[in-house]
Design a protein around this ligand. Sequence first.
Ligand SMILES: *Cc1c(COP(=O)(O)O)cnc(C)c1O
Length: 357
Amino acid sequence: MRYSSRDIKKRIERFKRKTIIDRPTPIFSLDRISRDLNGPHIFIKREDLSGLALGGNKSRKLEYIIQDAIATQSDVIITWGSVQSNWCLQTAAAARKCGIKPILLLLKTHDTPEEMDGNFLLDFILDADIRLMDAEKGRVVKADDVKGILEEISNQVLERGHKVYIAPIGGSMMGFSMKTPLGAVAYIDAYLELKKQMESKNRDIDTIILASGSGSTQAGLLAGAKLCGDKTKIMGISVSEEKESFTREIRTISEEVVKCLGCEVDFTKKDIIVSDDYIGQGYGVLNKKVSEAIKLTAVSEGIFIDPVYTGKAMAALIDLIEKGNFNREGNILFLHTGGVPALFPYKKEIKQFLSEK
Ligand SMILES: *Cc1c(COP(=O)(O)O)cnc(C)c1O
């Protein structure tokens, strides 16, 4: 079935949200990169200019998730991620804005710098209660790995008389205190927003390309496109997960979000486009191609992208254009999902890769 934007909007409005971001986030045309790559026309949607903390895709999801925490009278929110997690920073900032205390379980690897930098510094400034835990390099920690310790922290806080909301990583997969895929709900709304913006430019988008990590940004955009009956492809560049298991996760979130809006849509295998060709040495591990993509975007357009997510997605886009994967007459929308504070802790690697000949 297909649904009108108005109908979808109405169904989304059944989920309450706290106003945190400034919408719509702007869309710009990347004329110089498009010309230099001699490929399709590239547009960029600046989710990094969302207006919360230093911006990013997690603020949109947190409008719903923080509201869910407020609705359950929670005064403490707990979540987890890497030391440079954008999700953790955005959660801490959204929580503070709503008078909720953030507790962050941050996973560090053997080579995480001791220095307080990037998002870690910003978490500190937000006075988040930071708990550090050791983890393996190059891999995202899953719910099952931290379940025990999250419950332990939660029990300590409960004993002190607080009400706790545990938010799943990235606000993606249902679990802990989040019973519905609220992150994906937010990105169905984002799809309607960008569809309207592109219509006013008289452009059909052939493909939306984005960095995909916990999956609900991609799942929400995909659900949005399918609900509208649009042919726009949603291409996720995985930054950590291998293709097959990640495709299943995105499918689960997409199906669940459509269900919770009371809609019916069939997702086929072809709908869920995931590439795991650009992960390189693993989650959060920078390489030369990514450093060059960061530099190209800055030098051509005056826009900074990040080393963990958007840099990998841009490196993928450049590579796919060079391989002739897109129609030259087509339009591509690159989703800038944020993450720029992480440039600073990667200073050594960036300098090294960009000075090599
Ligand atoms: C979390 C994140 C993503 C991925 O979004 P998911 O919904 O987790 O897949 C992409 N880019 C940045 C900068 C992020 O922080």
